[in-house]
Write a protein that binds this ligand. Sequence first.
Ligand SMILES: [Fe+2]
Length: 463
Amino acid sequence: MSMNRRDFLARSGQLTLGIGALALLPGKTARAQANADVKNAELVTVTQQSAVLTWESENPTEGIVSYGLSENGLDYQVVDPAGPTRFHRVEIQGLEPGQTVFYDIQANGESAEPNEYSPGSFTTLTPPKGTHLFTFATITDMHVGLMSAGAVGGISSFVPVECPLDDPTCWQVGNQAVIDAINKTASDFTLVKGDLSHEYQQGQFEQARSFLEQLKSPYYVVRGNHDRIGDQPEDYFKKVFGLEATHYAFSHKGVRFVVLDSSNLETGIQEVSQEQWVWLEQQIETLGDEKLILVLHHAVTEEASIIFTLFTEDQQRLFSMLKYENNLIGILSGHSHRNIVTHQPELDEVPCIETSSTVHYPGGYNLYHVYTGGFMQTYHKIGGNDWRIWEEAGRAMYKGDAQKILFGSLADRNFSYRFKKSIPEPEPDETGTGCGCQTASDSGSLALGAAALAAGKLIGGSS
Ligand SMILES: [Fe+2]
């Protein structure tokens, strides 16, 4: 599923209004759902072989998803493994890349109406060309210490939603769940894109570190505006994580990750220091054949809106440095707590990615599957009854528009991006399989058919 630039531009028309102008936006879709036991249905994740749907029921009920390769041929079923529950999660597995699948969510024998966030069909991702090199994870805005969510600076009409959980509380549940989930993936490392603490206190950084130390693979932290020094006696972010500098770079299998500190140390306001600009220039000059992924807490594009993005002077400086930089393949940010991909004309089609916070709706984490020919992003929600209670309550944030603002479109959360120029194929290793990873289909023309859906239960079938 490649990104559709027209979609993004259309989206920017909304987003450049900024959150403060939400009152001007059209209200939520007026189409009523036919089935009260399928509320807030969301098609969350679509990968090259699977899809995840979540929804809520008014009362505990069995959940069923029927699916198939045509609208009138929903011949397969997956039953929610949780049994009767208010909080449903169903995964459709065993699909082929580039396959269009139709589905229907049912509760109490009735189907749910499709909605903007669960449209009733999807097409699985087609991975980029070439060899799979590695996978990494990102999380952002851990906000250790946050007890309510939805307050946005300067917008007084946004009433925060209090965490309904006590012990463990929401930030504990959300952060623990993403750590546990990432540990079940084959990620080489995790990037934490800022705001590890809520109030830049030493104890909050230490609690964030105690979550991250549970990760089975390395992690890299980025300073956010909530991780500033502020009125504290010293730089606890730097101290607790043992950082020599809060801007740094590391290389991994053909990609250089360049991390910037975009927060003023006193106020947290978006700002990149002179020292970092000089350093960034050097990083770019020494890239050679390496691809570049830039990582910083704040967004960078004009499209991301002034609330979340770098100020104009810093933007211009960054765009002029990166304008002809063909090795740039992505800019990863946090801060806005929303899933969105924006673009900047000077950076061509390079995706500039913001992702949701781990501590409130919609929560979760992202995976990046890097191939020689591109990368594929997938978004993953977390589960658990406590979290789902909080997820449901969190939808009331932003005057009830949390879903519209934070969840993002399917293509913001899950997409395949092709590099202009591929990373050189790795030398075959001793097993003759390069990095030991899979090779993606070039054409996406794998045989499609019902057999590919065998992971589901055939309705009325004997096999
Ligand atoms: Fe932030």
